[in-house]
Design a protein around this ligand. Structure first.
Ligand SMILES: O=C(O)CCC(=O)C(=O)O
Ligand SMILES: [Fe+2]
Length: 271
């Protein structure tokens, strides 16, 4: 059984999100759906692994066969194409996620700006501790109570200490001290930070990430990739240089809610 809105204490989940800087929901996506998505994802990953042998900041390629880059050793970043089975309203219009965002922001006040993935593969290493935004550079240098951008993430496999589960340092989303920015690895690897926490997730879980919360990828010590997909949502007044690409016909086939969420898409010709 998958989770419905009636099963969720949203006030509690919002409090977890506001305090910890992330919130996890289990049993959100049926396992068969995740398995179908993983089967479609692995050839895209294989294509990037074969093509991208040098670390790069730029994602190259056609998203339908593989747009992505080698981010650091054996860790890949791919854009997810807006096609089946990835572009599934059961995921990007998940009622629990939309109810959470409606309450956190305001109904109809946010859009989807990206569909992406992070995949540590065998022999990947720790990432540097980082945020997925720039305090001061992108988000103003104040501890904003309500973050304007979140990532909604779901792993395509169970994640564990062995296969490189995501690590967060809870409650760091409000730190907005320019003197600390850029020094987190130096500080966190030296000092005592016992609240660092691994998100060991069941398949079918989704979690919402405040992009400011400090985190890092960890080594995958298994032979199998650990893919996680992320749908980015942001307030509709927030400018961000990200767009989902899709042809006009795909946009027209979306539900009314889908069209509203994807109104910032960029049209492409995929014939
Ligand atoms: O998926 C992971 O383990 C971490 C990836 C990450 O934080 C990033 O690439 O920004
Ligand atoms: Fe990150």
């Amino acid at each position: 059984m998958t989770l419905t809105c009636a099963d969720v204490d949203f006030d509690l989940k919002l409090a977890e999100f506001k305090i910890n800087g992330y919130a996890v929901f289990e049993d959100m996506i049926p396992e068969e759906k995740i398995d179908r998505i993983r089967e479609a994802f692995l050839p895209l990953l294989a294509h990037i692994q074969e093509r991208e042998t040098e670390v790069s900041n730029v994602e190259l390629g056609d998203p339908r066969i593989g747009q992505g880059r080698l981010q650091t050793t054996n860790r890949y970043t791919l854009t997810i194409p807006w096609i089946e089975p990835f572009a599934d309203p059961a995921i990007y219009e998940h009622p629990v996620i939309l109810e959470f965002l409606d309450r956190f922001w305001r109904p109809d006040s946010y859009v989807i700006t990206c569909y992406h993935s992070n995949t540590p593969c065998a022999q990947s290493a720790f990432q540097h501790w980082h945020r997925d935004t720039g305090i001061a550079r992108e988000i103003p240098h104040v501890g904003l109570e309500t973050v304007p951008v979140v990532g909604v993430k779901f792993p395509l496999v169970e994640t564990s200490e062995e296969n490189g589960s995501f690590e967060v340092l809870p409650s760091t989303q409000y730190i907005a001290d320019p003197k600390l920015e850029g020094r987190y690895d130096e500080i966190l690897l030296k000092g005592h930070f016992p609240s660092a926490h691994r998100l060991n997730l069941k398949k079918g879980s989704m979690w919402v990430q405040d992009v400011r919360t400090l985190h890092r990828g960890t080594p995958n010590r298994t032979p199998d990739p650990r893919p996680e997909l992320v749908v980015c949502y942001c307030r509709d007044w927030f400018a961000i240089a990200q767009n989902i690409e899709m042809p006009q016909a795909s946009y027209e086939s979306l539900s009314e809610k889908g069209q509203q969420l994807l109104k910032r898409h960029r049209k492409v010709d995929w014939d």
